[in-house]
Design a protein around this ligand. Structure first.
Ligand SMILES: *Cc1c(COP(=O)(O)O)cnc(C)c1O
Length: 828
């Protein structure tokens, strides 16, 4: 900076230059970026060059606002949110950022002038798949809403070099390919190696005398560097741009030149390679923790870097740390970031020399925890042996937290050893381990579930002792999805229709969709709505033809089940329904003319180590292969399974769907967010009373929702009574015929062994009670068929689903977090 330019000079505060928001301004900046960033002329540029130059152009428009927001957050020092999440399933960025900056039409015209189609450019972007499924996508929706609501906030996470694997099918079986999303580089990120944090591991702890005070300190064994990459998170047309900061691991010293010079090249790069594995790959697990040392390293790596980044770079000079609860709340997205709690304590006590009690009081106000599961096996625990080896000081701190907590429990309840054992943060069996959910619950100011039913079960079944001990700590925030990506962008035709009817205020105030209710009674509107759905099906049909070579039949009901493959989500129940319909026709029990034409679309990735899930994928493909090619079905039943379900595919499939399958066993799906996306796009749901389905049904009304299956108390009662799936098999001939057909090898070229593990699991274990809910499911599917026959009535229901599900905006979720947990001030 020249001497004459003071730090408060306008040019020092904002970019010197922002392009004009006109077609000519866009063209000029685009060509500039093509020439000067990509180093090519328009005439010789590739589609990739053009995509990168367009992305840089959008960035240029957003830059001034971003720098302004960064400055404002530092200057005001008002209370803000640090959202800590190991996953962000972002989806493509270009369209979203064009929409947020209101540049879509300008860009389209500008590019057309250069002979380029915006639609072609879009297709060049590889989506950053830095998440597994719902949890990662929720984090992405939340940072969109935080920016749109103007909440001072920053998202922290990991910049995985390889995100969720790319799924392919070979002979119907899942094969995983690495997701090299960074091959051409990401135009949306800004590396800041100068702001790297040193993150330590291993070593030992010691005490020392500090002028008469005995203190502890950690003497680590090894370090890595955490390099931040910043991503813009623009609010929707509000001039706000928040930040997502993802950390990448690099070795402290590139390599040891001495060893290199001695000729041992491999040894010289080993340390570097080792350090960099920390942010190399996303764990492709969903709902089950993978107890791996590297995963704990990832968790500590990103939360330690984030906490230090916040304390070093976001606080004003000489900030009084006792005031931190008025400055920050760290929201823990599931247990993955919970190791942040002892790290925060370590910084306050060991490094800032704060008294333990004072530090603990601050910590208990600066953290809040969101629980995302009900499956006991999904509650993360870390063996003490591992934690102590990797993070010895943190283990000591956890022990002390636990000791003081249990002392308080004893003070209240006496020496009830059973209770003490149940509430201890340390589990003794099968190996001594730290229960991360308990640590988060003890430390957090609030603990929230993600749907009404989930929050209730969390209090009553998962953590009842904690609910009794900490009155008022537990609360609910029902999940939501961003209406920008999952309605405005993904369903432009429906968006136009809605806006024509009620104006465009719904994009940021989704409850206004209520104003559509009267239009459900308007025949012209119903016709237009049905035409939009038909058009979306045609778009999907084109996408699937080009992407996978599939032919989607006209005039079919589009029945969609897209989500991670997990036994609790019960893709098998859907498969049994398909097999049963098929069996009915080929056995002559059902006339083919009575089969309501359906195309069933599946999308699902299985964790590579989850054998049963992978076998179910194989079964779906095998059933599809047979059903789709059996002439006796006359093409009335089609099963399509496009591989590699991701956000980009979700954006195409959901707007085209007629029927949304949300069929988890009641009491197992915490919330679901796919269910919300479908309802908002005018699909009717067939679902159990589980997760947010409960709230969807209450809002849309029983007449506009296909409910089936046991309720959670009924599931509980059946479990208590002793569930024997073979009894259901014996008692129901239709179910028996479907299972027998699979067992006979009809879908495996006569080889009965291929799906035997699936069949015997259903018959003798069936942990998620597929057989118990089968009859109810099939009966309800019959009602779906009957309802679909009256297209006009179906459309009326679909419109009411859209009109009544505005509640599920992630803007509302964030509003609830602010009211119930964060208490951050209104937007500046
Ligand atoms: C919304 C979404 C999910 C979550 O779906 P559920 O049905 O709630 O499990 C998973 N993956 C992608 C790509 C999504 O967009």
């Amino acid at each position: 900076m020249p001497d004459s330019l003071s730090p408060t000079h306008p040019l020092a505060l904002a970019p010197v230059f922002a392009p004009a928001s006109t077609k000519d301004g866009f063209v000029e900046q685009f060509l500039h970026n093509l020439n000067f960033d990509q180093g090519v002329a328009l005439s010789s540029s590739s589609a990739t060059d053009q995509y990168l130059a367009v992305a840089h152009t959008v960035r240029d428009y957003l830059m001034a606002r971003w720098l302004e927001d960064l400055r404002r957050q530092r200057e005001t020092q008002s209370k803000g949110v640090c959202y800590l999440s190991a996953e962000y399933l972002l989806g493509r960025q270009l369209d979203n950022n064009l929409l947020a900056s209101d540049l879509t039409e300008i860009a389209r015209e500008a590019l057309a002038e250069c002979g380029i189609s915006l639609d072609d450019i879009r297709a060049e972007e590889v989506e950053p798949g830095l998440g597994n499924g719902g949890l990662g996508r929720l984090a992405a929706c939340f940072i969109d809403s935080l920016a749109t609501l103007g909440v001072p906030s920053i998202g922290y996470g990991i910049r995985y070099e390889y995100g969720i694997f790319r799924q392919t099918f070979v002979d119907g079986q899942q094969v995983e390919q690495p997701d090299a999303w960074l091959t051409v580089g990401s135009p949306w990120e800004f590396a800041h190696p100068e702001n790297a944090q040193t993150i330590s591991f291993g070593g030992h702890t010691e005490t020392y005398d500090d002028e008469g005070v005995t203190r502890s300190r950690w003497v680590p064994g090894w370090n890595v560097q955490a390099v931040p990459y910043n991503y813009m998170v623009p609010g929707y047309q509000n001039g706000r741009v928040n930040t997502l900061r993802l950390w990448s691991a690099v070795a402290t010293d590139a390599f040891d030149l001495r060893i290199f010079n001695s000729g041992d090249y491999e040894e010289a790069v080993r340390a570097q390679t080792f350090a960099e594995t920390i942010s190399k790959v996303l764990y492709p697990e969903d709902s089950t923790p993978q107890g791996k040392e590297l995963r704990l390293q990832q968790q500590y790596f990103f939360v330690a870097a984030s906490i230090h980044d916040f304390l070093d770079n976001m606080l004003s000079e000489g900030y009084d740390l006792s005031n931190l609860p008025n400055r920050v709340i760290f929201q823990l997205n599931d247990t993955h970031p919970v190791i942040a709690v002892p790290e925060f304590m370590r910084v306050l006590v060991d490094e800032k020399h704060m008294e333990w009690d004072a530090a603990w009081a601050i910590t208990q106000q600066c953290f809040a925890y969101t629980c995302h599961t009900l499956l006991p096996e999904a509650l993360e625990v870390w063996p003490v042996e591992l934690l102590g080896r990797l993070l010895p000081r943190h283990l000591e701190i956890i022990y002390r937290i636990n000791e003081e907590f249990l002392t308080a429990v004893r003070a209240q309840y006496g020496d009830d050893e059973m209770l003490i054992r149940n509430m201890s943060i340390i589990a003794e069996h099968p190996v001594r381990s730290v229960r991360m959910a308990y640590l988060a619950t003890v430390a957090g100011a609030k603990v929230n579930g993600v749907a009404e039913l989930h929050s209730q079960l969390l209090r009553e079944k998962v953590l009842p002792d904690f609910d009794a001990f900490f009155p008022g700590k537990f609360t609910n925030v029902t999940n939501g999805v961003t209406p920008r990506r999952f309605l405005r962008l993904s369903n432009p035709e429906l968006s136009r229709l809605i806006t024509a009817a009620i104006g465009d205020g719904w994009v940021t105030d989704l409850e206004r969709l209520r104003e559509l209710e009267p239009f459900a009674e308007d025949a012209d509107f119903r016709r237009a709505f049905a035409e939009v759905k038909a058009a979306n099906k045609r778009v999907l049909s084109t996408v699937l033809r080009e992407r996978d070579g599939f032919a989607v039949s006209d005039g079919h009901m589009l029945d969609v089940m897209v989500k991670r493959l997990h036994e609790y989500k019960r893709q098998l129940l859907k498969v049994l329904h398909i097999v049963s319909t098929y069996e009915g026709v080929v056995s002559g029990r059902v006339a083919v003319s009575d089969v309501v034409p359906r195309t069933v679309i599946f999308g699902a990735k299985a964790a590579p180590g989850y054998a049963m899930a992978k076998r179910i994928i194989h079964l779906i493909n095998a059933v599809g292969e047979v059903v789709n090619n059996d002439a006796r079905l006359e093409g009335r039943l089609q099963v399509l399974f496009p591989p590699n379900y991701n956000v980009t595919l979700a954006e195409r499939v959901i707007p085209a769907a007629d029927l949304s399958e949300q069929i988890s066993l009641a009491g197992k799906e915490a919330s679901g967010t796919g269910n919300m996306k479908f309802a908002l796009n005018g699909a009717l749901t067939i679902g159990t009373d589980d997760g947010a389905n409960v709230e969807i049904r209450q809002l849309v009304g029983d007449d506009n929702f296909f409910l089936f299956g046991m309720s959670e108390p009924e599931v509980d009662a059946l479990e208590t009574a002793g569930y024997r799936p073979s009894e259901f098999y014996q008692a129901d001939p239709q179910l028996r015929a479907a299972i027998d057909l699979i067992a006979s090898g009809a879908f495996s070229h006569g080889d009965r062994s291929v799906f035997e593990p699936v069949v015997s699991n259903l018959l003798y274990e069936d942990r998620f009670m597929v057989l118990a809910d089968f009859a109810s499911y099939v009966a309800e599917q019959g009602r779906v068929d009957a309802a679909y026959a009256d297209q006009d009535a179906w459309t009326r229901s679909a419109i009411l689903n859209v009109a009544r599900t505005g509640f599920f905006s992630s803007d509302r979720s964030i509003g609830d977090y602010i009211d119930r947990i964060w208490h951050t001030p209104p937007a500046l």
